[in-house]
Design a binder for this molecule. Structure first.
Ligand code: B12
Length: 473
């Protein structure tokens, strides 16, 4: 009988330190899975080792204290080795505990993951809510596993990959994530230390070759209803004192009608006065009216993928946008009074000193309020990964290095590793060390005094990064 389940989010925040990654958000995937398990009568706990900064030993200690029947672990590519290690420690201490791995890395590389780690008993491909319920039910009642869509397991020494599970179309059927199992007080962004994340949509229709989202959530876009999302916000506000929501949807404004409706309902419920929010979107999915409406409904920041200032690189990445659209979107956001963040990357295949200069120029012209500059990283399951494997451009398959802020993983015949680091440092120095930028950030800090500590910490990280990069020159 599977009567006690623990889900674990490993500790990774110490490894992804950077200016733009000062936020710590809840592991929403695990909280959704927990909600469905609880709805079906199972006893479940979540250990958010990331938010609580728990070492593997501390995680193990908590697990052994409870001795659950089943453990579920979540991983992205650069954290999979941490899950390998936790699973190994669990199996060594208590081999009867069933271990399940899920998340985007396991979904992209199911066979490799089970081959690399004998300590995982099961792997869940794609969205895990119903697969895990069916697995727990089958194990409890000794039923066959072969019918469970999305499940991967070993049978007679061979790895069996069951049929793919269809994506859930009506997202309103899911209960809200089990926030009562999370250390909510530990989640924060530069905007607020009373924040949480919400996902209003799953799937992404864009075809960017570097993105791994399709692996888990597919290309078909599925939206929750605005009222369902607002009910979740209401619960976060009254039960957990949440004052800031970071929407994690890949393209929040993909369906503009939906956003207008959401903004209307949010304002009608009067939440816009007490709860502020931010979202991620594409530069080709916004217009002045929409952004103004979002601002009126409490939105404070929009985050756009810039990726590159070179049209050639944008086209190669299949981003489906133009440099002009990037410029227009940032202007529109500024005119609407919204703060903005831009994501950009260096070292896509074909990057040259000229295309880097184009990116630098664009970033300086746009002058975003926040910038996240990273290395193009070929995550497994993406077209970029296939291209790099095919053209022998992969520098390493050590997954722990797949942190796009820290490591160059694509060989570049136009730019040496050293030259590339220099370019990265040059853009960051030119961007952050402008008196105008420093002043603006100080004003932002004064306005958000509650999160000043977080911003100072981010600033220190930025300086550390700049000096570290300078030393390597
Ligand atoms: C929010 C987010 C973050 C947040 C962190 C999480 C948080 N708690 O807020 C921050 C900003 C810190 C972050 C950082 C990074 N991220 Co990120 N992030 C996302 C984002 C936008 C949303 C994740 C999410 O909540 N999804 C919604 C939930 C419901 O889905 P889910 O987590 O996938 O969970 C479902 C299934 O995967 C499965 N499942 C997951 N775990 C488990 C466990 C079990 C036991 C089971 C049964 C099932 C299961 O069931 C869940 C429910 O259906 C995704 C893009 C996306 N749309 O998913 C990228 C994404 C996950 N990130 C990505 C990357 C690359 C990173 C970084 C590595 C970037 C970097 N700095 O180098 C870091 C590394 C973080 C780390 N863990 O080490 C990539 C992952 C690619 C890969 N192969 O690893 C994604 C897919 C984006 C992309 N464009 O490709 N990220």
């Amino acid at each position: 009988m599977i009567d006690n389940i623990i889900l674990i989010n490993p500790y990774y925040q110490n490894r992804i330190r950077s200016i733009a990654q000062v936020s710590i958000g809840p592991p929403l995937g695990l909280a959704y899975i927990a909600a469905v398990l609880e709805q079906n009568g199972y006893k479940v706990a979540i250990i958010d080792a990331n938010a609580e900064k728990l070492s593997e030993e501390e995680v193990l200690c908590r697990i052994m204290h409870v001795k659950p029947a089943l453990i579920g672990l979540t991983a992205v590519t650069p954290t999979i080795h941490i899950c390998y290690s936790i699973a190994k420690k669990i199996k060594k201490e208590e081999p009867s505990i069933i271990t399940v791995i899920g998340g985007v890395h396991a979904t992209s590389l199911p066979k490799e993951t089970l081959n690399e780690c004998v300590d995982f008993d099961f792997l869940v491909k794609g969205e895990g809510e119903f697969t895990l319920i069916e697995l727990v039910d089958a194990l409890s009642k000794n039923k066959a596993l072969s019918y469970i869509k999305g499940l991967v397991y070993r049978e007679n020494g061979k790895i069996v990959i069951n049929d793919t599970r269809e994506a859930v179309l009506d997202l309103d059927i899911f209960p809200f994530p089990s926030r009562q199992l999370l250390p909510n007080r530990l989640y924060k962004t530069i905007d607020s230390d009373r924040m949480t994340c919400i996902i209003a949509m799953r799937g992404c229709a864009a075809r960017c070759i570097y993105c791994a989202v399709e692996e888990v959530a597919g290309r078909k876009l599925r939206r929750r209803s605005p009222s369902n999302v607002i009910k979740e916000i209401e619960s976060c506000f009254y039960n957990y004192g949440v004052r800031f929501i970071a929407f994690l949807d890949d393209t929040f404004t993909f369906d503009k009608m939906w956003v207008h409706k959401f903004c209307d309902e949010f304002r009608e419920a009067r939440f816009h006065k007490y709860v502020k929010w931010s979202c991620l979107t594409r530069v080709d999915n916004v217009d002045p009216d929409l952004l103004k409406h979002m601002k009126q409904a409490g939105c404070v920041r929009v985050e756009f993928g810039i990726e590159s200032g070179s049209q050639e690189i944008l086209d190669l990445l299949k981003k489906g946008i133009t440099v002009k659209q990037i410029r227009d979107a940032f202007n529109m956001a500024k005119e609407a009074g919204l703060s903005n963040l831009g994501f950009a990357m260096l070292n896509a295949p074909g990057e040259t000193i000229r295309t880097v200069a184009e990116t630098k120029k664009l970033i300086m012209d746009l002058d975003p309020d926040f910038l996240q500059l990273s290395f193009a990283t070929p995550y497994p399951g993406t077209e970029l990964f296939e291209i790099c494997e095919r053209d022998n451009l992969l520098i390493s398959k050590d997954w722990s290095k797949y942190i796009f802020l820290n490591h160059q993983l694509i060989r570049n015949k136009n730019l040496s590793e050293n030259k590339l680091k220099k370019c990265m440092w040059d853009i960051q120095r030119s961007f952050y060390l402008r008196p105008r930028y420093i002043l603006r950030t100080l004003i932002y800090m004064l306005r958000n005094i509650g999160t000043a500590k977080t911003i100072i910490w981010a600033g220190m990280n930025a300086l550390k990064l700049l000096f570290k990069n300078r030393k390597t020159q």
